[in-house]
Design a protein around this ligand. Structure first.
Ligand code: NAP
Length: 454
């Protein structure tokens, strides 16, 4: 059984689901196609009223929805509440701002009137990951729906109850049945669905391999995709930084969501003049994290989401150690039931070491030293990924150089990388292409139609 909820705190399978049959999927595709014809004609005001209701439903159900995330993927309860609130804020943001982001744009030409008008594309397939199982979906759904598209969700196979809950939220809010549907299917059926003529575009948040696979299938049918893939974000600390703030932020940025965030800081690049002080404080704080039951609000680090995820992290750390990395704390699974990995700091010399080259999706930080800013930037960019990046420095010239020279979709100075509905989000290099959120995000799934009227 591939589609199942397994509790990462206990390791027990809680509930299993049968995948939808071809006939059941066909009913959903037909419904999406039909509903789109009506939904696209609704005014922004009508759609906005329904998105505001969806936000209210999220707020009302946040306790239940957070518990579902804790059950299915081990999210800390408090973080789950925050995630649901963030989804509500994205619904409200797009309800209030979609019209302005998509407003006609007049351009003076030889015509009496010429302009660009953004129109929806149709049903969009969203292939989503389990790590922020509500947020990833809503940051696609809120703008897509407000633009007049409809959504088909293929969620990760370990969060089926969350996937069904998301569909129920939109129905409860009063959106027409078919505007947002969940497909309970395995990933091998994604290629066929993106090829269906009724599906007009796709978006995938997940690993590089899954992204390549969707891009390939979509390419065959010339369909647009947005890809939000993995990351191995650098976190640069320079001598002028507020060291205490940098250390506190470093710990949070690495272990949020048990280390399973695409924009988690993963490679810590510290100027050699302050490296010893940073290292001592950082290792002490990582080692002191309270590990335990994700439902307990005192817990700071819960389990990783799956047995496979735990084994992958363990294998990557073991390979790194055999390649010369040194564990300053942790470096092993925890000897208890559930999928727990010890908070870990690996010191290493950059090069062909797994922890430097690959994304580690668990509470494992990689620590290296830089000689100067040039070296720090070179190290930061020495990765196949280019999602987020953070740097701590109070020197304005250094800030400017980091903003210009870090090869990433986003640079955060003196703060941790986070997504915000008002700001575009996405990556370069192997972290994918396209943008979500803000005006850039909502325009991805529109036809920017040129109108020329003599
Ligand atoms: P994953 O294995 O790639 O799964 C993500 C989604 O893709 C799931 O729905 C999965 O379905 C599906 N999938 C897997 N292989 C596929 C294929 N060959 N064709 C079509 N769909 C496929 O990733 P994950 O382990 O769940 O998530 C972790 C990864 O996501 C990390 O690399 C992380 O950095 C990245 N991520 C990126 C962002 C971002 O915004 N850039 C945000 C969050 C996570 P099944 O579950 O059924 O296999």
């Amino acid at each position: 059984m591939n589609i199942a909820s397994t509790n990462p705190y206990t390791g027990e399978i809680v509930r299993t689901f049968d995948a939808q049959t071809a006939a059941q999927v066909e009913v959903r595709l037909a419904k999406a196609d039909k509903v789109f014809r009506d939904w696209r004609k609704r005014s922004f005001a009508e759609r906005a009223a329904l998105l505001h209701k969806a936000a209210d439903v999220l707020d009302q159900r946040k306790e239940e929805l957070s518990k579902l995330m804790t059950l299915e993927m081990g999210k800390l309860h408090k973080a789950g509440i925050g995630e649901v609130e963030k989804c509500a804020s994205a619904c409200r943001y797009y309800a209030d701002h979609a019209q302005e982001h998509l407003a006609d744009r007049s351009i003076a030409t030889d015509a009496a009137r010429s302009l660009v008008r953004h129109q929806p594309l149709g049903p969009v397939l969203a292939v989503m990951p389990w790590n922020f199982p509500f947020w990833q979906v809503f940051r696609f759904a809120a703008p897509a729906l407000m633009a007049g598209n409809v959504g088909l969700l293929k969620h990760a196979s370990n969060v089926p109850q969350t996937a069904l809950a998301i569909e129920s939220i939109f129905l409860q809010a009063g959106l027409p049945d078919g505007c947002f549907q969940t497909l309970l299917i395995e990933s091998k059926r994604v290629a066929q669905i993106i090829g269906d003529p009724r599906v007009k575009a796709g978006t995938l948040t997940g690993s590089e391999g899954a992204g390549r696979s969707l891009a390939q299938a979509a390419g065959e049918h010339l369909k647009k995709v947005v890809l939000e893939l993995g990351g191995s974000d650098p976190f640069v600390v320079m001598p002028s930084a507020d060291l205490e703030k940098a250390v506190d932020t470093a710990v949070k940025a690495r272990v949020q969501n048990a280390g399973q965030s695409c924009i988690a800081a993963k490679r810590f690049i510290v100027h050699e003049r302050i490296a010893e002080r940073f290292e001592e404080a950082f290792v002490a704080k990582m080692a002191a994290l309270r590990v335990g039951d994700p439902a307990d609000d005192q817990t700071e680090l819960g389990p990783v989401a799956s047995k496979q995820g735990l084994d992958d992290v363990d294998d990557q750390v073991k390979r790194s150690l055999s390649q010369g990395a040194k564990a300053l704390t942790g470096g092993h699974k925890l000897d208890r039931r559930g999928f727990f990995y010890a908070p870990t700091v690996l010191a290493l010399t950059p090069g062909d070491v797994t922890a430097w080259r690959e994304e580690i999706f668990g509470p494992v930080a990689t620590l290296v030293r830089a000689r100067d800013l040039d070296h720090a930037i070179e190290l930061a960019n020495d990765t196949p990924f280019g999602l987020g990046s953070a740097a701590f420095t109070r020197d304005e010239q250094e800030q400017e150089r980091l903003c210009n020279e870090l090869d990433a979709g986003q640079v955060f100075i003196n703060g941790m990388v986070k997504s915000d509905p008002r700001l575009p989000f996405g990556g370069v290099k192997s972290s994918g292409y396209g943008r979500e959120l803000s005006g850039e995000g909502i325009r991805e799934f529109t036809n920017a139609k040129t109108l020329w009227i003599a």
